[in-house]
Write a protein that binds this ligand. Structure first.
Ligand SMILES: O=C[C@H](O)[C@H](O)[C@H](O)COP(=O)(O)O
Length: 219
C-alpha cells in the first residue's frame, strides 16, 4: 500500500464524523484533499465548509461545496485536518504546507478535532519533523535568533509566503518533550504569528491509514 493510499483511506474514514446538516471545518494538505473529495460525495447532506487555506477553498469551491466565513459562525461540530507528526497525547506538529495559522484558528472554534494521517505520522516524541513557525517578515532574523536560544536550528523556507503574507522558519533539532510549554514559549516571541505545535488544542479523534485498515484513537 502506498503512503497516498493510506492517506486516502484515513480521509474517507473521516466521513463517519461528519454530522448531517452541519458546517465542516476543513484543514489543508494532501490527506485533507482526499477528505474534500469524500465530502463532495455527500455535499447535499451538509450545509458547507469553513476552510483553513486558499488551496482548500479552491478545491472545495471546484467541487461545489459552499464556503462560509469563520466570522459568520459561532461554532461548529467538527474540524478535519492532517498532521506532520502526532504523539500519544494527541499533540501534533502541523504546517508542512504553511497553513498552520489559519488551521489553528479554525481548529480553535471547532468542538472536535478529527486528525487524519497515514501510518508514518505517529511518533512517540515529536521533533524529527522540523517545527514550522510563521513570522512577520520584518521580524524573521530576530525570531530566528530567539529560536536558536531555545536550542533549535531555524531554517528560512525560501520562496514561501503564507496566505497571510508572512514567512516560515522551519526549526530543526528541537527537543519537544513538553509540547504545551514549548508552544506557549515560542508564541511569546515578538514577531511570531504562531507555531505549528498543536498541543494546547490537540486532536480528539485520530484516524490512521495503515496497510491493515484504518485504526482509530480517541482522547
Ligand atoms: O500546513 C499544512 C498542514 O498542517 C497539513 O495538514 C500537514 O502538513 C499535513 O499535510 P499532508 O496531509 O499533506 O501530509
Amino acid at each position: 500500500m502506498t503512503q497516498d493510499e493510506m492517506k486516502k483511506a484515513a480521509g474517507w474514514a473521516a466521513l463517519e464524523y461528519v454530522p448531517a446538516g452541519s458546517i465542516i471545518g476543513v484543514g489543508t494538505g494532501s490527506t485533507v484533499n482526499h477528505f474534500i473529495d469524500a465530502l463532495a460525495t455527500i455535499k447535499d447532506q451538509i450545509k458547507g465548509a469553513v476552510s483553513s487555506s486558499e488551496a482548500s477553498s479552491a478545491r472545495l469551491k471546484e467541487l461545489g461545496i459552499p464556503l462560509f466565513d469563520l466570522n459568520e459562525i459561532e461554532d461548529f461540530a467538527v474540524y478535519v485536518d492532517g498532521a506532520d507528526e502526532i504523539d500519544p497525547s494527541m499533540a501534533m506538529i502541523k504546517g508542512g504546507g504553511a497553513a498552520l495559522t489559519r488551521e489553528k484558528i479554525v481548529a480553535a472554534v471547532a468542538q472536535r478535532f478529527v486528525c487524519i494521517v497515514d501510518g508514518t505520522k505517529t511518533v512517540e516524541v515529536m521533533g524529527q519533523f522540523p517545527l514550522p513557525v510563521e513570522v512577520i517578515p520584518m521580524a524573521r532574523e530576530y525570531v530566528a535568533r530567539e529560536l536558536t536560544k531555545l536550542g533549535g536550528k531555524p531554517v528560512y523556507r525560501e520562496g514561501v509566503v503564507t496566505d497571510n503574507g508572512n514567512h516560515i522558519l522551519d526549526v530543526h533539532e528541537l527537543s519537544i518533550i513538553a509540547p504545551k510549554k514549548l508552544e506557549t514559549q515560542i508564541n511569546a516571541i515578538v514577531g511570531v504569528v504562531t507555531n505549528g505545535l498543536f498541543a494546547e488544542r490537540g486532536a480528539d479523534v485520530l484516524l490512521i491509514g495503515t496497510p491493515d485498515g484504518v485504526k482509530t484513537r480517541k482522547c
